[in-house]
Design a protein around this ligand. Structure first.
Ligand code: SAH
Ligand code: SF4
Length: 363
């Protein structure tokens, strides 16, 4: 038996928990300042620094009195993520790895486009519980849900970086690590804040799901104009279940039926994602099956040649086979696009983020 006296003493608590200002709504920020003896207009000023100007340091906030800046230094912080790795591709793609406050790691990617769009691909969970066999995140298992603020902060940081360069973030895709609809409330709260606080147009936000049918149905009732993307990848249950274990719970027909109802309820087009895997789901037969499945549905199919990952032996489809797949879908009136990969030189451990951001941003 262990001797309690031999247990190490608990660490004395020295640090006072700081308030993360990015976690506060406009009203909460004003209330926090009021509690610190500040007039209401300071709330407006500080909000503008954080969300309009993208200030990352209290010292930049030169119209705030020195005393207040001191209080902020001591008792507040701007975000909780710590950047651990940053990479920049030849084509301008930027990849960031962050440590969360508890040390867990998440990744986000920024894609710049010639037409001026700047798209952030952000994570909603550390790891993922869905276990899709070809996915680097699925292979790592589930760690935890991100809070709404942790989700928003990834986009906020890119926006801040871009504002410092004279630009701004224009699009966000929730297609990074994790399944957004497994973390539904936080993902939805994040989407609303990206729109309302960070000013990203709802139509410039996309959320991607592996196909959690009850959540798709719930999402159809939220009354928001963001784009819904569904990771389909196979048109038969046997094949889809082998790639996406969650298909055993909600099969292909149920997922597509939920999408049809979503389109009816929202009048919005659904995006389907399909990782093209050589000899696996890229044959003409498979294209015909997909065409029959999606015929008449207001949708777009994004075909992304598989990004090889350590835990999965499949290979990406060659260009001519991808083009043939698109041609077959066209016969069913199903629009499809093969997405080019970007940021290939910094892709090392990522596996998936970049192509997805690309797919969304070039629609
Ligand atoms: N969990 C959500 C969103 C994150 S994954 C979802 O599954 O939809 C974003 C997209 O990347 C999904 O379509 C997923 O199937 C795809 N993906 C994952 N690993 C990939 C890989 N190795 N190659 C190509 N696409 C991949
Ligand atoms: Fe999770 Fe999406 Fe990866 Fe599947 S593809 S394991 S749902 S992150």
């Amino acid at each position: 038996m262990s001797d309690p006296a031999a247990e190490p003493a608990a660490e004395p608590v020295t640090a006072v928990a700081r308030t993360d200002l990015l976690a506060l709504s406009r009203d909460e920020l004003t209330a926090w300042l009021r509690d610190h003896g500040q007039p209401a207009f300071r709330g407006k000023q500080l909000w503008a620094w954080l969300w309009d100007k993208g200030a990352a340091d209290f010292d930049e906030m030169t119209d705030l009195p020195k005393g207040l800046r001191q209080v902020l230094h001591e008792q507040a912080c701007i975000g909780t993520l710590t950047r651990t790795i940053e990479q920049q591709s030849q084509d301008g793609t930027r990849k960031r790895l962050y440590a969360l406050a508890d040390g867990k790691a998440v990744e986000s990617v920024l894609m710049p486009y010639n037409d001026g769009r700047r798209t952030a691909c952000i994570s909603t969970q550390a790891g993922c519980a869905m276990g899709c066999v070809f996915c680097a995140t699925g292979q790592m298992g589930f760690q935890r849900h991100l809070t709404a603020t942790e989700i928003v902060e990834q986009a906020w940081r890119f926006d801040q970086e871009l504002k410092a360069e004279g630009g701004r973030l224009s699009n966000v895709v929730l297609m990074g690590m994790g399944e957004p609809f497994h973390n539904y409330d936080n993902a939805l709260a994040a989407i609303r804040r990206l729109n309302q606080d960070l000013g990203i147009g709802a139509r410039h936000i996309t959320v991607s799901t592996v196909g959690l049918v009850p959540a798709i149905r719930r999402f159809a009732q939220e009354g928001i104009q963001v784009t819904l993307a569904i990771s389909l990848h196979a048109a038969t249950d046997a094949q889809r279940s082998a790639l996406l274990p969650v298909n055993k719970r909600w099969g292909v027909d149920e997922v597509v039926a939920a999408c049809r109802d979503y389109v009816d309820a929202t009048h919005r087009r659904v995006t389907f994602e399909w990782a093209l895997i050589a000899g696996e789901n890229d044959t003409p037969d498979e294209a015909h099956r997909l065409g029959r499945l999606l015929r008449g549905l207001t949708c777009h199919v994004n075909l992304i040649p598989l990004n090889p990952t350590k835990g999965y032996g499949g290979a990406p489809t060659a260009e001519p086979d991808a083009a043939a797949f698109v041609e077959v879908l066209g016969r069913y009136g199903v629009p499809a696009t093969v997405r080019v990969r970007r940021g290939i030189d910094i892709d090392a451990g990522c596996g998936q983020l970049r192509e997805r951001a690309d797919a969304e941003a070039t629609q």
